[in-house]
Structure formats: C-alpha cells, structure tokens
Design a binder for this molecule. Sequence first.
Ligand SMILES: C[S@@+](CC[C@H](N)C(=O)[O-])C[C@H]1O[C@@H](n2cnc3c(N)ncnc32)[C@H](O)[C@@H]1O
Length: 189
Amino acid sequence: MSNVPELVLETMKSAEARGFKLSCEETVGRLLAALASAVPPGGRVLELGTGAGVGAAWLASGLGHRSDATVLTLERDPELAATARELPWPEWVEVRVADVEKELPELGRFDLIFADAEGGKWSGLDLTVAALRPSGMLVVDDMDLSRYQSTEHRESVTRVRDSILSDPRLVAVDLPVSSGIMVATKRHD
Ligand SMILES: C[S@@+](CC[C@H](N)C(=O)[O-])C[C@H]1O[C@@H](n2cnc3c(N)ncnc32)[C@H](O)[C@@H]1O
C-alpha cells in the first residue's frame, strides 16, 4: 500500500488492535475517497456501518480540508462506535450509535452513501435509495458472489444486485474488482 492517508492508516491500526476484520478493502476505500471529493458544496456523506472507522477515514480523506461538507457514519454496536470515536476526526465527521433502519428515515438526503451494514443494504435497501439526493451516489461492496459459500448469502447478494440494477430511480454499474463493488447514481425526479 502506498500513499495511504494518515487517518486511514490510524484507523487500520486501530481495527487490527481490536481484531476487527470487516473493514473495506483498499480499492473500495480509494473509490470512496474519490467520490467524496466530488460531492457539491455543502455535501452530505453517509456511511452505514462504521465498523472500526476505516471506510469513514477514506471518505474523510477524500474531502481533505473541506469544511463545507459533512460525514455521518452510523454504527449499532456502541463499543465499536466508541473505538472509532477515539480517532482524530475532523469536526465535520460524526460517529453516531444508531440502528440504520430506524435512523435512516429521519436523516434527510445525502450526496453519497456507502451502504456497508446489514441494515440499509441486505435489508431496508429501499430506505437507503430514498435517502439519496438526485445525482447522489450509492456505493455497496462485498458483492463478489465467489466469496460466499452459503446459498443464503449468495441469494442475498443476487437479490441486492438485481434490485439495484433494476431500480428505475438508479443508474448502476457492477464493478468486478476488489470485494465486488456496485456504484449507482440517483436519477433526477
Ligand atoms: C462491514 S462492517 C463496516 C465496515 C466499515 N464500513 C469500513 O469500511 O471500515 C459492518 C458494520 O455494520 C454494523 N451494522 C450491522 N447492521 C447494522 C445496523 N442495522 N445499523 C447500524 N450498524 C449496523 C456492524 O456492527 C459492523 O460494524
């Protein structure tokens, strides 16, 4: 790994120390950073599932020194959220303890959503799509079927892929790289 932002390196170390193994892979992280850097002035970025904070760190690194945009990341496990909060975030990053499916309808709309929790992705995907602004982008990872052994998991991946590709509100692409990434843009209403 080269040119990994300092904040990302710190979150990776923290994840390793905690034994957290579900952080996004580097290619996914770099995509998140690239898309975060493109949100419009005043942009709102949302991550579903903070984990140890690696994805949020990539998102924040993409925004760099911008202070006009915000990153909100939701995590239902209070201990994981507390671990993530210990990192040196810019003040416009908020780590919030919340269940995605309960919280999402109250949050308004976002320019970029990284859906990386059970809630809002494997279930409640519709809430996530509804929370995208027109031109807003959705990123989901872990869509590589070959990484799943169980029929149940493979069916879930297939269902979510089909749902994203056939949703008339979205323009989507399936990227067979890293853990399997899908990116979708919300059409204008
Ligand atoms: C794959 S990990 C997130 C990794 C993180 N996005 C990253 O890239 O480093 C998924 C996280 O989602 C959390 N989670 C699962 N279901 C959730 C829900 N309904 N609401 C909030 N968090 C949830 C889990 O506790 C776990 O920490």
